[in-house]
Design a protein around this ligand. Structure first.
Ligand code: NAD
Ligand code: PRE
Length: 377
């Protein structure tokens, strides 16, 4: 597919985000130059096909027209400012997970005379709502941004042409661009990204001293809640302190909910499960969660679609999953999503296929006829 972004694009910070962008642009034929303070990080990104090292760019090669800064939030404003000065014809964006603090730091540089208004006009902050719990180019993926929201955060002095170029980049990488102010963005991500990270980490932290016997019982619920607890502590520390006030406000609300639930359970623990108010408080916590989760957009960012789920027991041996997928394909059913759960002690996995409701019965019957063990919900 030919891309509308014109290169060369300079990617500063060739970790997960930078290398993913570099890979997608390189595959699309856009020349990418890579820069990173870590020699091993930039060499790895180059080896994986994310671009050419800046040091290897010939002196008469064209200079970058777009700079994508993908470094940790605490160093982002310095790197953006340097890029604006070093590349006077380039538009500069960053992909950091916080936006207001970075813009404020850049505006302070303008106030102090270290950056001009004209230079700052070429900067448009941004934030792809795409990532994972692993860092570095080794975890990069050209499809990382596909179908994900990419927030464009222009400031009052941003040039319209600069905004258009960053929007084009987001679209070229398969994202769905949308626009917000810096504070509006930070308030939103405190709720949908930063607090979920903190809560996942805190739940996982309770496991550090858990008895092995308890961990052996871990099921999909724990795995769902703790996937992002494997995230990089340094990166997330910078994100959380960079968005301190909105994250604190949201955490205080969660703390109030926890305090109320703990008090109700305390009553039940001391006076028995039917103690007045305990049942209502416990049910209310879960019911409000039901209402909240129903509002989370589903696949492709649209409204959550009610897929039917068909769970199949798959032997834990080479090629079995491939054989299952092939059978589903032969039955003419599209798999919308797939999750797997492994029984710790058994050489069998439970594979749950999400399919459109109309196809569920046909799929169940077809798999059954072909000898697959379909687990009744
Ligand atoms: N990880 C995610 O899920 C995710 C998602 C969206 C946005 N972001 C944002 O993207 C940015 C990068 O995150 P990541 O997950 O790719 O991190 P990463 O650790 O994988 O990559 C960051 C890279 O920046 C390099 N670096 C650090 N300081 C530098 C400097 N001064 N100059 C040049 N290179 C420097 C590091 O060596 C590293 O290779 C962060 O601001 C983060 O908030 C992350
Ligand atoms: O899915 C994940 O692993 C993520 O952590 C991605 C996620 C998110 O919260 O959605 C995390 C931080 C980023 O700033 C953007 C995306």
């Amino acid at each position: 597919m030919s891309l509308s972004t014109t290169g060369p694009v300079l990617v500063v910070g060739s970790g997960l985000l930078g290398a993913s962008a570099g890979l997608a642009l390189s595959i699309g034929g856009v020349p990418v130059q890579l820069q990173d303070t870590s020699p091993s990080a930039r060499a790895l990104a180059r080896d994986l096909g994310a671009g050419t090292l800046v040091d290897d760019v010939a002196p008469d090669d064209p200079t970058p027209t777009l700079v994508v800064v993908a470094v940790p939030p605490d160093v982002t404003s310095d790197v953006v400012a340097r890029a604006l000065r070093q590349h006077p014809d380039a538009v500069v964006t960053d992909v950091a997970s916080v936006k207001a603090v970075i813009l404020a730091e850049l505006q302070e540089m303008v106030a102090a005379g270290g950056l001009s208004d004209a230079e700052l006009a070429r900067y448009v902050g941004s934030h792809p709502m795409a990532g994972r719990e692993r860092s570095g180019a080794a975890a990069a993926d050209a499809d990382l941004f596909h179908s994900r929201p990419w927030v464009l955060v222009p400031h009052a002095g941003s040039d319209a042409g600069a905004l258009a170029r960053v929007r084009t980049l987001a679209i070229d990488l398969g994202s769905v661009p949308l626009q917000m102010g810096a504070q509006e963005h930070d308030d939103a991500v405190a709720l949908v990204s930063h607090v979920p990270q903190v809560l996942s980490s805190l739940v996982a932290a309770r496991l550090v001293e858990a008895p092995d016997g308890a961990l052996a019982l871990a099921g999909q619920g724990l795995r769902d809640v703790t996937r992002i607890a494997a995230s990089d502590p340094r990166l997330w520390a910078a994100i959380l302190v960079g968005n301190a006030a909105p994250v604190r406000d949201q955490l205080a609300l969660v703390r109030d909910d926890l305090t109320a639930l703990v008090a109700a359970l305390d009553g039940a623990a001391q006076q028995g499960p039917l103690t007045p108010g305990a049942m209502a408080a416990a049910s209310d916590a879960v019911r409000r969660g039901n209402a909240g989760v129903a509002r989370v957009p589903g696949k492709h960012g649209g409204a959550r679609r009610a897929y039917a789920e068909v769970t199949v027991l798959v032997p834990d041996s080479t090629g079995e999953l491939g054989r299952l997928f092939a059978t589903v394909g032969e039955l003419g059913v599209n798999i919308e999503d797939v999750t797997m759960e492994h029984a710790t002690q058994h050489r069998v996995g439970m594979t749950t296929l999400a399919v459109v409701p109309d196809a569920a019965e046909r799929l169940t019957q077809g798999l059954d006829e072909r000898g697959w063990r379909v687990v009744q919900a």
